[in-house]
Design a protein around this ligand. Sequence first.
Ligand code: FE2
Length: 302
Amino acid sequence: MIPTDSPFHPDNAAGYQAWRAAKLAGYPTCGEDLIVKVRDPRELSDAEYRAIWQRIAKTNMAIYATDLGEAEDKEALSLLAAQFGLTHLDANWLADEDGISSLTPHEEDGQKRGEFIPYTHKPIRWHTDGYYNPPERRIWAMALHCVRAADAGGINDLYDHELAYIALRDANPAHIRALMADDAMTIPARIDEQGVARPDEPGPAFLVDSGPQHFPTLHLRYTARTISIAWKQDAATLAAVQALDALLHSNPRGVFSLGLAPGMGVLCNNILHTRSGFSDRPEHRRLLYRARYHDHLRNLRG
Ligand SMILES: [Fe+2]
């Protein structure tokens, strides 16, 4: 349930307008504005910390640039994330044993992972991470760290889901109501050899998390893919989903396109993102670390 005084509550017009004005004031206009150079990601200086937090607070994301280059240093990523309250990693069976996934192409080596798009050279359409996770395993935040870049492509488009919320609510508040419904989307049952491994799981697309440690936080579960998600088949939901699809296709203001260079990464509150297709070489495979968390980004030096 969303508190009625939350700006995200569809009936709170005054609260929404005030939040919207503050949100859009001084919003960055290009991806470069999000980049913060950091000397040592394991231990940020106060100035670096403030610069990263300022971007996260405004846009739900920040890009950091280190001198790590192609060093395969997962610990640096973990320690950086922990400084913003990210400590509970999602256990995903494709992740490495430490819980951080090494996203690199596996199509040719016969590994099972190569059947999943993140482990290929293919483009990935707009989505938020872990939209299929059950409520107790929501991915509130995630980090991507580039170890080796592609020779060409592999560009990430990033879009603050709060901007998507604003665009949809401004177009028609009914879109928000539809996407906040408890049965807006259903993750289809997963069937294994023994029968049903997990039943159909309905849930909202937009939701507000108001845990004890943080402000009510807007979250979006979404994928542009149609095979792994079933939208409610009523006029209001279909209109809302179509409006969101059209918005993302229109390359709206606030979409940042970034090619992460080695040593660079993204910290975000699980914003909308894509990846373009890419090419690399067997002896120099693109490698990104991906860490998904059950925590929200928090300012621990506030
Ligand atoms: Fe993703």
